[in-house]
Design a protein around this ligand. Structure first.
Ligand code: GLU
Length: 508
């Protein structure tokens, strides 16, 4: 057994967008496989035909690849039949399940249940009234083979139930330790519904066994399903895999993380401009910590070295957006500036500030500098347009009306600084250089007697619309270069900004 190659799987249902909880499950499976030299399989659990959607399936592949995960076997694995245990979509495996059901019926491990929905409902109601557990009475358990076959042949519809032996169902969970469920708590579970559709617990077990899965790593919302699956392994005489149930992810209010708490899908994090390496790092730490340390930043290759299931914690993990932002800032700073510019660009096209086509090298080079200046100060890349807004769309009137700015501009000294500044800037040859700007500021200081905040705040508001922000040495060349580029919304030059600041007067 110890020599056996490790095989794990991620088995999503394509019924919605991949959310962080499932993405963490995928990541832990992948890390465990990479760490141990095992195989990572992807299986699409699409037996819920009504709710499954091909759109979600293809989004799922995109999301997993975006996060940096790949798979040896599964749809689009590039192998014949997508791998040796294919097909990997449950909707294409119905014949396999049918044959296994025949086997169980034949061996007496399962039986046909002819109980109608009304009968079962009546049993449930009676159990509730008697304060008894709501489990199947076992009415069809005792039907003779002949009787069962006769009713089936006569066309009576039936479900197939597993005959659970009267013994506790046990398994060893890597995260939670030994787990035991009483047989009565499970009763005789349905394997195949009366319409002929096999149920999740059944198909997942058949697939895990036939695909040679050695470790089932999944969310603890499946913990109560596991005894049923264990009983199915026993019925077929298959060895149990090891199980590892990952704790629930909670929101900051300690209720189960859901859309109520804000973004939870991978697609939304990607749209916000969370980098995949930041999200992967964050998800890895959501319920796992490296041996003997408080280290928090791990790239995927580093995680594949450090990850062990033994260090996965059973206590619930609380999703902390601030920590995700902290990691994102870390990775934004580490990333190649061109990559960040490429990722940030669509948002600037959307605001109408950049042309859709990227064939103007001067524009692209300038934009890369814009992004390099602001990226270190954002939590996520979709905050960049707001940070850089003053370059593209500074409205002097609106800026002057901002309460903080209005208070600065209301003073007499501010007004004389601006007047003197605008006159001196207007007299300069364009483009204004940072050196020329510095000289102007010294001259304004001498002429007006203003210094420090009194000198710099009004000028800063004139040029950038705010009294704090990046250094003038960086802002001025960006403004001046931008103003000479053929952009869809022209960037106002330093001189234009200085002149416009005089056209408005704060109302105060
Ligand atoms: N399709 C199930 C889910 O998405 C898979 C559960 C499992 O891993 O067994 O929750």
């Amino acid at each position: 057994m110890s020599q056996q190659k490790i095989r794990v799987r991620f088995a999503p249902s394509p019924t919605g967008l991949l959310h962080v909880g499932n993405a963490r499950t995928a990541l832990y499976n992948w890390l465990f496989a990479r760490r141990t030299g095992g195989d990572f399989l992807l299986r699409i659990e699409d037996t819920d035909v009504e709710r499954s959607d091909a759109r979600f399936e293809s989004q799922l592949y995109d999301d997993l690849r975006w996060l940096g995960l790949d798979w040896e076997e599964g749809p689009h694995s590039g192998q014949p039949n997508d791998g040796p245990c294919g097909p990997y979509r449950q909707s294409e495996r119905l014949e396999i399940y049918r044959a296994h059901t025949e086997q169980l019926l034949h061996e007496g491990k399962a039986y046909r249940c002819f109980c109608t929905a009304e009968q079962l409902e009546a049993e449930r109601t009676a159990a509730i009234a008697a304060q008894q557990p709501q489990v199947y009475s076992g009415r069809c358990r005792a039907l003779s083979d002949a009787e069962s076959a006769r009713r089936a042949t006569a066309g009576e519809s039936f479900a197939v139930r597993l005959r659970i032996p009267d013994a506790p169902l046990r398994f060893d969970d890597i995260v939670r330790g030994p787990v035991e469920f009483a047989a009565e708590a499970v009763s005789d579970p349905i394997l195949v519904r009366s319409g002929g559709m096999p149920v999740y617990n059944y198909v997942v077990t058949v697939d895990d066994a036939l695909m040679g899965i050695t470790h089932v790593i999944r969310g603890d919302d499946h913990l109560s399903n596991t005894p049923k699956q264990v009983a199915i392994y026993h019925a077929f005489g298959w060895p149990l895999p090891r199980f590892a149930h990952l704790s629930t992810i909670l929101g900051p209010d300690r209720t189960r993380l859901s859309k109520r708490h804000g973004a939870t899908s991978l697609a939304s994090f990607r749209e916000m401009g969370i980098l995949p390496e930041a999200l992967a790092n964050y998800l890895a730490l959501l319920g796992w910590g490296a041996e003997g340390g408080t280290r928090e930043t791990f790239t995927l290759p580093e995680l594949t070295q450090a990850f062990t299931l033994e260090r996965v914690t059973p206590s619930p993990a609380v999703f902390d957006p601030q920590k995700l932002h902290w990691l994102n800032r870390h990775y934004i700073k580490q990333a190649a500036p061109e990559r960040i510019a490429t990722l940030a660009r669509p948002a600037f096209v959307q605001t109408g500030w950049l042309p859709a086509q990227t064939d103007n090298a001067a524009i692209e080079a300038w934009f890369a500098q814009v992004v390099a200046l602001f990226a270190p100060s954002v939590d996520q890349l979709d905050q960049l347009p707001q940070k850089a807004r003053f370059l593209f769309a500074l409205d002097a009137q609106t800026a002057a009306a901002e309460p903080e700015n209005a208070a600065v501009l209301a003073t007499e000294i501010a007004q004389s600084v601006l007047k003197d500044f605008a006159a001196r800037i207007a007299a300069l040859p364009a483009p204004v250089t940072p050196e020329a700007f510095k000289d102007v500021m010294n001259a304004v200081k001498a002429a007006t007697g203003a210094k420090g905040k009194d000198l710099f705040h009004p000028v800063r508001i004139a040029l950038t619309g705010a009294h704090s922000g990046p250094e003038f040495d960086k802002v001025i060349p960006l403004v001046e270069t931008g103003s000479r580029l053929p952009l869809p919304t022209p960037v106002a030059s330093v001189q234009t900004r200085a002149a416009q600041s005089l056209l408005q007067r704060p109302s105060a």
